[in-house]
Design a protein around this ligand. Sequence first.
Ligand code: ADP
Ligand code: MG
Length: 349
Amino acid sequence: PGQQPRRPIRELPDELISQIAAGEVVERPASVVRELVDNALDAGATQITVRLQAGGVRLIAVEDDGCGIPREELPRALKRHATSKIQSLTELEAVDTMGFRGEALAAIHSIAEVSLLSRSAEATESHAWLLHGRTGEMTPAARTTGTTVEVRELFYATPARRKFLKSDSTELAHCLEAVRRHALARPDVSFAVWHDGKLIEQWRATAPNDPARALERRLADVLGEDFLADSVAVQWLGPGLQVWGRVGLPDAARARADRQFAYVNGRYVRDKVVAHAARSAYEDVLHGQRQPVYALYIAIDPTRVDVNVHPTKIEVRFRDSREVHQAVRHAIEQALAAPRASAAGISVP
Ligand code: ADP
Ligand code: MG
């Protein structure tokens, strides 16, 4: 078979670049939910409502009471590499927002129908603005301060991707898991999830004057009272590195690793170092394929962790992963060795 004749090197059109990026960022409706809730949290929301239709394939709407987007910046929110969160390498290295790449909305916009309805806290006019992504048209609309992002007909432009979607109920379960991950990180924020017009989950914020109690309440609300009853509090305090949370007693272990939540500086991560450290802490008490349950929170100096490793930021890279491994392992081992002392409750540093 002969080689294709060589074609000239050309720059890709903007929309195709975004569609390629979307391949990395948006795997399924739950990926959109995660990005939109990230944005709501970065905007300082205290109440976030997620509305889904048909497992999120037909509609994903995320509504927040955050700072909103001023009218003149609305079209920029859908542009590639446009962000309000960082402006320099120094800021990137100490980033404390969930987002910073400025590509999620652009990517989603390239593969779905997006509209932004927003009213900025700084705006002087007494109404919001609605931006239709497809037409670029902007019209006045009613809304209190905050933002609603609507995403319709996900993957309509990329049917190959659409074919990989599972049933609505499976996609819905993934969307719920995405909200759950956020909810466990932010007990100070209220979350509600609606599906096809029905309220299916609601987790209310508790008064933030006692962060430890607020976290335990949220853990019980999201993971069930059993989780609280069958787990012990962990704590490890080091310079520039703290670990806290709750880990399940060996009896609470499950057949699947579906109740393992780990957070680094408030960001849900799937990290090999943390997972391995947890696994090894259970080495002597868990046998066979049983999977421990845990909600672990790690706070680390942002300059000692790189979050810009993966487009979805679900993976991180620790500068000193041995230190993190030891901290997590010791924290869990201590708690499991003295379950009565640790049953008392979490303290949040
Ligand atoms: P990133 O979050 O990485 O900055 P996004 O594409 O997710 O990139 O969002 C682009 C910009 O749009 C954000 O930097 C932010 O200024 C604005 N934005 C998006 N969603 C919201 C929201 N819910 N509330 C306020 N501003 C938002
Ligand atoms: Mg974002």
